[in-house]
Design a protein around this ligand. Structure first.
Ligand code: ADP
Ligand code: TRP
Length: 316
């Protein structure tokens, strides 16, 4: 029996935090290791340039994210791991999808509204079209399962709609319908403002980087707000790292609990840190993995775009 295809991506736009890890990356590794799926994971660099960024830093961010993903357990023998922009058939497919996606559907996207409000001087077409490229990312590989955090559900639903609109318009059943795969921690909240999702873009005190020092982790957890919502969020984080916690969660003794949490979270990432140091010393190995991933992804993507062109009546 053919395995189902799992596809997901992550943007190279800053430090990975425990929200990214618990909501996405950790799940990618578990799905990959289950052996039940064909897995493709990529670095969404084209998506990341829709936000304000410094071109001088981008290459290093891409490389660092690749290292982080590998150090967290992505295994190039089990998953195809590559850089989005190195597979141009995907952006070609996004163009085709542009022609079947109503503008009004994109206007509804909450991430667009949120990001646009944060970069009023740079509300570019790419930001608006972001979910269409995401649909192409998934469908160029015929992905049906998409492991992401809760904030991405709307985009995966749009992906399903795009597949339906395409199949309907061209009287085919060529594109599959994708669905999101969520973890129990699909929405980790900010430490400093637990009514908001933990996110890189809110600023350093809001998130816990997976690569931060013991002192920094303790400091950030100590300063985490202890309102009812704050404690609920800390409890959810505590439970996500339960195996690493050398003590109970005591809501009436938050000082003690916070120290237990900081130590547990820091220890959870011990082997990650070790692997990361090794990979950082071996740039050519990391680049080789990405080159191999590009080849594997390209093979699938090129076949899909040729078939799509055939279906829509273009010369292939
Ligand atoms: P950020 O909001 O920090 O920029 P990204 O957009 O790069 O994060 O998200 C990468 C992956 O991590 C996505 O699958 C996203 O759904 C997931 N993710 C991001 N923030 C969280 C969070 N706070 N809780 C759970 N998952 C998250
Ligand atoms: N939009 C996703 C995020 O912000 C990243 C992403 C791009 C993605 N393309 C994708 C996720 C395809 C899943 C599938 O996290």
């Amino acid at each position: 029996m053919n395995k189902q295809t799992v596809v997901s991506g992550i943007q190279p736009s800053g430090q990975l935090h425990i929200g990214n890890y618990l909501g996405a990356l950790k799940n990618w590794v578990e799905i990959q290791n289950s052996g039940k799926y064909d897995c493709l994971f990529f670095i969404a660099d084209y998506h990341s340039i829709t936000e304000n960024y410094d071109p001088k830093e981008k290459k290093e961010q891409i490389f660092n994210l690749a290292v982080d993903c590998l150090a967290a357990g992505l295994d190039p023998r089990k998953s195809v791991f590559f850089i989005q922009s190195q597979v141009p058939a995907c952006t070609e497919l996004a163009w085709v999808f542009n022609t079947i996606t109503p503008v009004s559907e994109l206007e509804r996207m909450t991430q667009f509204k949120d990001k646009a409000s944060r970069q009023l001087k740079n509300i570019n077409m790419g930001l608006f079209d972001y979910p269409v490229l995401q649909a192409a990312d998934i469908l160029i590989y015929k992905g049906v399962l998409v492991p992401v955090g809760e904030d991405q559900i709307q985009h995966v639903e749009l992906t399903r709609d795009i597949a339906r609109w395409f199949n309907h318009k061209y009287q085919t059943d060529y594109l599959p319908e994708a669905k999101p795969l969520l973890t129990k921690s699909a929405r980790v909240m900010s430490l400093a403002d637990p009514e908001k999702k933990m996110s890189k873009s809110l600023g350093a005190k809001h998130f816990l980087g997976i690569d931060e020092s013991k002192e920094k982790i303790l400091d950030k957890i100590k300063k985490a707000v202890s309102t009812a919502e704050g404690i609920e969020n800390l409890k959810a984080i505590y439970e996500s790292f339960l195996e690493d916690m050398a003590g109970d969660f005591k809501p009436d003794k938050m000082g003690e609990t916070k120290a237990v949490m900081a130590a547990g979270i820091y220890n959870h990432f011990a082997s990650f840190r070790e692997k990361k140091q090794e990979l950082l010393k071996n740039r050519s190995y990391v680049n080789k993995i990405l080159a191999q991933g590009k080849k594997q992804a390209e093979k699938i993507a090129t076949k899909t775009i040729l078939e799509i062109k055939e279906i829509i009546g273009l010369a292939s």
